[in-house]
Write a protein that binds this ligand. Structure first.
Ligand code: GLY
Length: 385
């Protein structure tokens, strides 16, 4: 890195609130920088890691209006020429058709294999762009600049990329790690309260998997995380550390990475029942209900104390996340309806139900071959069948 770049970066983080988390994957290791103002200094950070590149910035119609000018100007200031590729905001852009458009625009811009494709946006943009970077010219450089809380703590980290199929979500894709992640915590100031809460469900998840002290810290610090400042940076950095630990152990989800699916088996079933309509339920809300159900089911199986489920529910309630099936009753008339949705999910292996269950807060584990009869009885009791 040049002295000039060093000076620019020192100026960029004058208050010392920036944190760096490394995802340790040998010669594919990369840093996640977390702090306010990173998008204003994106050019200097990028030049430090990938000197001499040209760039394509893939973003969506909402994020472009807010941050595309900032990032383009910053890149230009560091001598990086950039082409912007803007897709429609929303889940439908995670499609083969949009993927083709993005890849063709990258090729039209005559970018070379060593040049960089940047994802500027939330989870949809990150997943779509990462897959485009993985396949354009058989693999270009890739950088994530996540602008939603969900993307900063989950989807931008760990290399899962892809698009949806009519057969289901995320069924087409590749593991493809970025070279750098810039998580600008100030970008979260413009999220709606609902979107912020939904991303926060994934932050809570890391405490529940294996960081009980972090969960306790979240119970006490949630309002400050919402407000911004050092607590927000710490919550995101701790989430990224938790995810980096799991990804380093099991990059391609042969085992432990499945722990990151805590709350997701029930959650995905609820999203499917809501026909993936974000007006009814967004991903993080499904995960919130799913995490409560996973703790309640674990208590029913005598694996964990019911007090843990009560504590998890109390925190998610305090945050304003949904924690019960009540709002979904018209879409899930009975336990079998919910079991049908669960059976369609990726977490079913040769007909066996796989769940992430728990022995208590911070003690999640992968449970294979969970009897469907137990799940049915649990859901029937919850739904009052
Ligand atoms: N979002 C789950 C994972 O990255 O494995």
């Amino acid at each position: 890195m040049t002295t000039e770049t060093d000076a620019m970066l020192a100026e960029a983080a004058p208050n010392g609130v920036m944190q760096t988390v490394t995802v340790p994957l040998g010669d594919r290791s990369y840093d996640i920088l977390i702090g306010p103002g990173l998008l204003d200094n994106a050019g200097a950070h990028l030049a430090g890691v990938l000197p001499g590149v040209r760039a394509a910035i893939v973003t969506d119609t909402n994020v472009a209006a807010r941050y595309l000018g900032t990032v383009t100007d910053s890149l230009a200031g560091a001598g990086i020429a950039a082409t912007a590729i803007t897709v429609q905001a929303g889940e439908p852009s995670k499609s083969f058709q949009t993927l083709e458009t993005v890849v063709e625009e990258i090729l039209d811009a005559r970018l070379e294999r060593g040049d960089v494709v940047i994802a500027l946006g939330g989870g949809v943009v990150g997943d779509l762009t990462g897959f485009a970077a993985a396949i354009a010219r058989r693999g270009m450089q890739f950088v994530q600049m996540p602008t939603s809380l969900l993307a900063q703590v989950d989807s931008s980290v760990g290399g899962k990329t892809g698009v949806n199929s009519p057969h289901g979500k995320n069924l087409i894709g590749a593991f493809y790690q970025p070279r750098l992640v810039l998580a600008d915590t100030a970008a979260l100031d413009t999220l709606s309260p609902r979107e912020f809460r939904a991303g926060y469900a994934e932050v809570v998840k890391y405490g529940l998997i294996d960081r009980p002290d972090f969960f306790a810290w979240l119970e006490n610090n949630w309002p400050s995380i919402k407000a911004g400042g050092t607590e927000r940076v710490h919550a995101i950095a701790e989430s990224c550390r938790a995810k980096a630990d799991v990804v380093a152990r099991d990059e391609r989800e042969a085992g432990d990475r499945a722990l990151l699916n805590l709350g997701h088996t029930f959650g995905h079933a609820l999203e499917a029942a809501a026909a993936y309509d974000p007006d009814i339920l967004v991903h993080g809300e499904g995960v919130s209900i799913g995490m409560v159900l996973a703790h309640e089911f674990s208590a029913r199986m005598n694996l964990a104390s019911p007090d843990d489920a009560t504590r998890v529910k109390a925190h998610l309630d305090a945050v304003g996340l949904p924690t019960a099936l009540d709002g979904m009753r018209d879409r899930i008339p009975d336990a079998d309806a919910m079991l049908d949705y669960i059976a369609q999910d990726k977490k079913v292996t040769r007909g066996e139900l796989n769940f992430i269950l728990t022995r208590g807060i911070g003690e999640a584990f992968v449970a294979r071959n969970v009897p469907a009869s137990e799940v049915r009885a649990f859901l029937a009791a919850k739904l009052g069948d």
